[in-house]
Design a protein. Sequence first.
Length: 517
Amino acid sequence: MAIDPSTLPDLVRDPVRDPPCLPQLRQRYAELGAEFHSTHAPQGLPQPRLRLVSDDAARLLGLRAPDDDTDAREAWARMFSGNQAAAEGGAISTVYAGHQFGNWAGQLGDGRAHLLGEAMSRDPAQSLGHAWWEVQLKGAGPTPYSRRGDGRAVLRSSIREFLCSEAMWHLGIPTTRALCLVDSDLPVRRETLETAAVVTRLCPSFVRFGHFEHFSYSGRHDSLRRLVDYTVARLHPELADAANPALELLREVARATGSLIARWQCVGFVHGVMNTDNMSVLGWTIDYGPFGFMDAFDPGYTPNTTDAHGRYAWARQPGVARWNLLALAQALLPLIGDEQAARDAVEEFAESFMVAMRDGMQAKLGLGEPRDDDPDLVQDWLDLLADCRADWTLSHRLLAQVVASPAGQLPPGLSAQFESRPRRLQDWLERLRLRLHELDAAQRAQRADSMLRANPCYVLRHHLAQHAISQARQGDFSAALRLHRVLCDPWREQPGCEDLAAPAPPDAGPPVLSCSS
Ligand code: AMP
Ligand code: MG
């Protein structure tokens, strides 16, 4: 969907607004009716401090990041802690349901999220064709859907969400954006006593699979239809005249989800909690909880300690995404009316995933156009990586050097990852050399260069996030700021940042996290 410039008159007249005023917010989701949301003021935070800002995400909304301007920082802190909305009212929380770990969990909802409204995108380069973006506070206090929760998010998980959202965006992976992080001394009890923070997230829509499940399984099919019509009008207006909009929507979600999961697999990202309430109808990454980027490659890896059976492990993400799409299909069936058609629509996922995964791995290994034997070459590489527990990010990154100069010495960093199987590494690299033997020197250089744009140098490694968090807990955000800056340019080696590209120290062990956040 392209932005129609005639719908953006303000962009021409007023390209950048000063904080704190957000561009006019409209509250379209609320127009769906009282069944879909509740309107109430957030609690906000006592003495909020603006800690982290994404300049890019600010530009998306036409906002200028406040930098060192004290007044502007205070205004941002007031607005993005929820304190301004607390005084003015007007935020909403939405109701949804979901399947968690394969079981029906019934009604859930935004237990700690407040939607301030929708703002018009002011930066076509970042809008991905979406003219309106919802602005949502996470952690600004309880809502009618908080159940036993306190409506809060702790600093630790908020830093992780802020850094990972922006890192994913810069890796080219569709995701909710993080505009800023505000914190406070407000104590919050988790396993230990921690402090509260609020992350402001941006997304064209926060509708999840679970929103449809909520109305379907409670038998409210008129409301289900209203939600489908809203979602189509809002995100896929081109489908509005389709004979079966619910079916076409399902097809779109399946396709987008397929390409999303392939991108996760290719960067070694494990979401950790792929419940249907954490699956976006856009097919974008949402809800950064116990996620992890793999260091040592282990297909069975999940960072989530509550997931004892590895339901959401790296290798299972594609299968689980399909399971979730079947749950969405089931929820939409009263509107779709044809079970086989719904199943066929879900199978678009497999096609989209396999194409994106194949293309992703071809690019990562520098193979160019697929050939018959490539799937074997890729699979043997993955088996070798797994057997050696080689570092996912670094191993792929260093392969570009082998492609650039096949007769040259192996990069020591690469051999080190395969210490336990040096012979197998040599054999596999020989097959890669043979596969690429037709390339001349210039073509090799070009291929190696394109590999550097398929294999990031920097991802949000767990030990780096932990370091930034432990400093931030002492009030020092410099490590978080540095990490944010580097993750905004993940493809290019940045001088002085070698420590951020290195694998986790051997004693670090695989990252593990609980759901508590
Ligand atoms: P999650 O596993 O983080 O996706 O959360 C599942 C459900 O629990 C969602 O409805 C959340 O809004 C809700 N939730 C999680 N943490 C809290 C909290 N601290 N307070 C209130 N609700 C929460
Ligand atoms: Mg969630």
